[in-house]
Design a protein around this ligand. Structure first.
Ligand code: ADP
Ligand code: MG
Length: 257
């Protein structure tokens, strides 16, 4: 039995009168990619924002390896090994690839108080990381992020999560607005992350992308989890779509007419 990495227990969140999350319990195990699916507005982003410290929950608890933790902001999340990659990753477009990789954790040379960045060391590590995440074009690590394609930016964000050994990497709609090759790149990274011992929560609009990479599918509807143990290997896309919409076969036929 794999070890439990994360447990979000009975999480609730209201935005005024909108109950975005209603008593949600989500567990993520070690070395597992969980696909989180649900219609627009189901509460997926809110759930992962609670886990990544971007929004406070109205109720519930979060456990990392069985220990209760307080995640009040992104720094708390990162300290607990949780790194989130949003659609528009939190990268600084005017800074270089290398600087973005080390954002907030820059390498320093000489005495600490002089605060001199070790640009050379950062460039070296960055070059190696880019190769590892499959950016084989020879892009110098000093290139500003603004000059990269969407897929290359995602690669940089993922490289950052991998290098700093985040235990859980959350990808919220990482393939939106990406081309086919770039999308395949992101899917490959998710698999590589799992294979090197990380866990992932993967949210994507395209259910086929989810089927290609995840080990387990969790479905949310109206702020609740309605299925948490769908094995993509023995379910069809159509079956999962029915769980997402809450429609039975019969409802579907009636709706289509
Ligand atoms: N900042 C916010 N203020 C008010 N309502 C919000 C906010 N963020 C999300 N919501 C509402 O919470 C619900 C869940 O949204 P969200 O978590 O973004 O869903 P999903 O990611 O599954 O599409 C929706 O009804 C949405 O309108
Ligand atoms: Mg969302």
């Amino acid at each position: 039995m794999a070890e439990e990495l994360i447990r979000m227990q009975n999480i609730s969140k209201s935005y005024g009168r909108v109950q975005a999350l209603d008593g949600v319990t989500l567990r993520v195990f070690e070395k597992e990619i969980v696909g989180l699916l649900g219609d627009n507005g189901a509460g997926k982003s809110t759930l992962i924002k609670v886990l990544s410290g971007a929004v406070p929950a109205s109720g519930g608890d979060i456990y990392v390896r069985g220990e209760k933790v307080a995640i009040r902001n992104t720094t708390d999340a990162i300290a607990n090994g949780i790194e989130t990659i949003y659609q528009d990753s939190a990268l600084v477009t005017e800074l270089s690839i290398a600087r973005n990789l080390f954002l907030g954790r820059e390498l320093i040379k000489g005495p600490r108080f002089l605060d001199r960045l070790d640009q050379k060391a950062m460039n070296e590590v960055a070059g190696e990381l880019l190769r590892r995440v499959g950016i084989t074009k020879n892009i110098p690590p000093s290139t500003p992020i603004g000059l990269l394609s969407g897929g290359e930016r995602q690669a940089v964000a993922i490289a950052r999560a991998m290098y700093f050994d985040s235990e859980l990497i959350i990808l919220d709609e990482p393939t939106n607005n990406l081309g086919v090759a770039e999308t395949q790149g992101v899917l490959r990274f998710a698999r590589a992350a799992r294979d090197s011992g990380h866990s992932c929560i993967f949210i994507a609009h395209n259910i086929h992308h989810v089927f290609q990479v995840v080990d387990r599918i969790v479905v949310m509807r109206h702020g609740k989890i309605v299925a948490d143990d769908i094995n993509p290997k023995n379910s069809s896309v159509a079956e999962v779509e029915m769980v997402i919409t809450g429609m039975s076969d019969e409802d579907m036929r009636a709706a289509i007419g």
